[in-house]
Design a protein around this ligand. Structure first.
Ligand code: SAH
Length: 218
């Protein structure tokens, strides 16, 4: 049974991580505060307890990864989350990115295609702290038509193309942050859906994600 202890040592390491993210160019203090508030080591196997605050991706179940803190901060900053916004996340993974969004006051709808990872939300340590996260087992390419439209959409896996159904589920004025596959790496894009339905695309840094795959995995 995993012990959930957030010691002074963890807090100190976390503070240093936040300083590092700031020095790497993350400037939204609300995003940095959210990262400072969430014990990342709770989302990892206890073997990673003291390295959890290195700016690195780590393995989680089902051969997937928890994103690097810089990547989480970068995508979250691009999303410009406002309190109570409806946010769709593709790729729940460790629930860390979902928690950062929830800490910022978003109403989070997160989809995971790996059954094993989806099932882990039953034991999610912050279930009562973040009742604003709703979990779904499904294929992110389909989105969640029942709950549309969304103010923001975040994809946390390497997308081979811009999923048309997700664009359709975005509110006019809404934004999607998507790492679009370019072969070896992915280009971070922010796509804004204008009031007339046209799209504006902005291009940012390159990142490396696990692939966004179609269908569900039992
Ligand atoms: N946001 C996660 C990152 C996990 S890595 C975190 O903070 O830990 C990306 C995740 O996307 C993996 O768990 C993978 O299984 C999931 N994924 C890949 N393709 C998907 C799809 N089509 N629909 C839903 N989830 C998908």
């Amino acid at each position: 049974m995993k012990q959930y202890i957030d010691s002074y040592q963890h807090k100190g390491l976390r503070k240093r991580l936040v300083d590092l993210l700031r020095s790497k160019g993350i400037s939204d203090e609300r995003v940095l505060d959210a990262i400072n508030a969430i014990p990342r080591h709770f989302f990892l196997d206890s073997a990673f307890d003291l390295i959890a605050y290195e700016d690195r991706a780590f393995p989680i179940s089902a051969d997937q990864t928890i994103s690097q803190p810089y990547t989480v901060a970068y995508q979250t900053q691009l999303l410009q989350i406002k309190k109570s916004e409806k946010v769709l996340e593709i790729g729940t993974g460790s629930i860390y990115q979902s928690s950062v969004l929830a800490e910022l006051g978003a109403r989070v709808y997160t989809i995971e295609r790996q059954k094993k990872l989806f099932d882990e939300q039953k034991d999610f340590v912050f279930k009562s702290k973040y009742p604003n996260i709703k979990f779904f087992y499904g294929d992110g390419f389909e989105g969640l038509s029942t709950y549309m439209p969304f103010d923001k959409i975040i994809i946390t896996a390497a997308a081979p193309f811009i999923p048309p159904k997700l664009i359709a589920q975005l509110k006019p004025g809404g934004m999607m942050v998507i790492p679009l596959d370019e072969g070896e790496v992915q280009r971070m894009l922010r796509i804004t859906k204008n009031a007339d339905g046209t799209l504006t695309e902005e291009s940012f840094e390159a990142f490396s994600f696990v692939p966004m795959l179609t269908g569900k995995n039992s």
